[in-house]
Design a protein around this ligand. Sequence first.
Ligand code: FE2
Length: 234
Amino acid sequence: MMRDNEILSRRVFLGTCAAGAALFTTRGLFAEQLALTPSRTEGPFYPDRLPLDTDNDLIIVNDGITPAVGEITHLTGRILSETGSPIRNATIEIWQCDANQVYLHTGDSDGKRDQQDKNFQGFGRFTTGSTGEYYFRTIKPVPYPGRPAPHIHIKVKKGGRELLTTQLNIAGHPGNEVDGVVLGGIGVFDRELLMAEFKPIKESKIGELAAHFDLILGRTPDESAFKPKSSSSR
Ligand SMILES: [Fe+2]
């Protein structure tokens, strides 16, 4: 099991490797630079019609009383600059298919109306405060035909600009070993940065899970030359 500070150290270590000899600061120390979160393809199913409810609780739609089907997961993390500063007023969006493998996109759901879980919101948003933290309640992602690796799609925006589009995967899931997007055009270090552990919450009597995933952006969005790290796999 890996604690948050261990995950952060791993990021620092990986970032240092990625920077090669790293940079010396004026104090003669190695600059601590976090490894940037790699971008991944948006895929075809960013919702073509956003739901009326776009809050950060994907388990309950509007005032519904029936929760979505699936393993309830509390997804938390921070949006940080490469030096570890929290990025405030960033909007993180997530979208994923429901437990029956249907996305909130007419290109997917039109032929699967009977299959779709109408109680799953499928998309949610959260805007960060001064700590850069975000929170979603959603389901543990499931594989679907063509994508053996379960994943949650993520987009980060600020001031109307898209800063990063990526995908979060489940650490240790066997589907990761045979999934074209997980494996394609990305090195082993970067691939590892997109893995999150889904751990049982001990106190939960209904088997809820917790996952933590920090997003590290290449430049603070206030810098005009901001450029997210690109990936060859689009
Ligand atoms: Fe997907």
